[in-house]
Design a protein around this ligand. Structure first.
Ligand SMILES: [Zn+2]
Length: 406
């Protein structure tokens, strides 16, 4: 088997642990992206492709490679994340690629080592050809996508400040995720924050002398449940305009609750965590302000809304329409079917869109298999993904007015 085939590369990638510690203090070679970054640097060195490692935290950083093509042609950014979700609970060996029935199993097989392998295979193939036959390519392998996206944030900042390796600013970006070879032009964002109620702690035998923070929170939760229901139905508060044609409706869920010290003390505090899915067109500030106002008007208790600890923007369609049309047309020719779609899951694509790069999300494999116990990808889809990226990188006529190639 050719060392640079998508399948051969994928098998090597699965063997390299790159679990995201997801905010916990896990240490050791199975955690973070250092092993993967080292392998990627060796891969680019072996192919004589100019590259750099940007450390962001100890053991965590981005590998960025550059493959120049025809200087008169535009620049395409291909991005894939190095990390996977943790492997706990997997009944298969997560780091031993298992090829069976036209599929490859292993942690990251579809999210996102498979799509990354398709990308790297296409880049290795392009490297062997005449530079004038291709567009300019920047390949970024970013860290920490599954939690804080510190890799994509660092990369976007460097693009915006004119980093030499990343200049001129890419004209288009494709972010690898398993999309079944559909082209994601819009997706939901995520906003998470906490609400706290305070009480007065007294002996539980005389509760009327205190104030119960959990009772207060119960009223807040009731208000949030109402808001969540309103988001799912047309109402004056949430008219259908909040519904996005490709992404559907926004949603709200209370995910955790903690409060009180002991059953014989009237609780002094209670804290909940809220997960709000945001559709393109909604603004974080407005959501927070309206939620605060609705609860203040409706609950009759004092509460404190803490600043968000997660805020991932939605991917907004529009700017990326022409890029999507080109990629859909090419994918239909090679794989038979593809369409521009919206999805519910968040990616790091909005980080690149925010610095003015038309961006879509695309890759082989299905999100249904991402993060699962026996994660897999179909080998046929993997090969098709590599062929599509290869041909797209050579395509002279992207239907994007910004590129001036029409
Ligand atoms: Zn992913």
């Amino acid at each position: 088997m050719d060392d640079d085939s998508p399948l051969a590369i994928l098998k090597q990638l699965i063997r390299i642990p790159s679990q995201n510690p997801m905010g916990h203090d896990h240490r050791g070679p199975e955690w973070c992206e250092q092993g993967m970054s080292d392998w990627l640097c060796r891969f680019f060195a072996r192919h004589n492709i100019h590259h750099r490692y940007d450390q962001i935290e100890p053991g965590r950083g981005n590998v960025i490679a550059r493959l120049d093509g025809d200087p008169d042609r535009p620049t395409l950014l291909l991005d894939a994340h190095q990390d996977t979700v943790p492997v706990a609970g997997m009944p298969i060996d997560p780091y031993q690629p298992l090829e069976r029935g036209g599929r490859v199993h292993g942690r990251g097989a579809c999210d996102v080592k498979g799509p990354m392998a398709a990308m790297l295979s296409a880049v290795a193939r392009l490297r062997r050809e005449d530079p004038h036959s291709r567009n300019n390519l920047i390949v970024s392998l970013t860290c920490d996508e599954e939690l804080g996206q510190i890799g994509a944030s660092d990369l976007a900042r460097r693009i915006n400040t004119g980093d030499a390796l990343l200049s001129p600013k890419p004209d288009l970006a494709i972010v690898a995720e398993p999309t079944d070879l559909n082209v994601v032009v819009a997706h939901k964002g995520v906003l998470r924050w906490r609400i706290r109620t305070s009480g007065i702690a007294v002996h539980s035998s005389r509760p009327t002398l205190g104030r119960n923070a959990i009772y207060g929170m119960a009223r807040v939760i009731g208000g949030l449940e109402q808001l969540a229901a309103q988001l799912q139905s047309d109402s004056p508060e949430h008219p259908p305009s909040a519904t996005h044609p490709l992404c559907g409706r926004p949603s709200l869920s209370v995910g955790t609750i903690r409060g009180g010290e002991s059953v014989n003390i009237v609780p002094e505090w209670c804290v909940i965590e809220i997960d709000r899915r945001v559709v393109p067109g909604e603004s974080f500030d407005t959501i927070l302000r309206q939620t605060q106002q609705a609860l203040a008007d409706g609950c009759g208790v004092e509460f404190e809304m803490l600043p968000p600890d997660t805020s991932c923007e939605p991917l907004v369609d529009g700017d990326n329409g022409a890029l999507a049309d080109s990629l859909v047309a090419l994918t239909k020719r090679i794989a038979g079917a593809s369409q521009a779609i919206g999805v519910g899951f968040a990616t790091q694509a909005p980080k690149f869109a925010a610095v003015g790069i038309p961006t879509v999300v695309f890759g082989p494999g299905s999100i249904d298999q991402a993060h699962t116990k026996d994660e897999w990808i179909e080998v046929d889809a993997l090969n098709q993904g590599a062929e599509i990226l290869y041909q797209f990188a050579k395509q002279r006529r992207w239907s994007n007015a910004r590129c001036g190639l029409e």
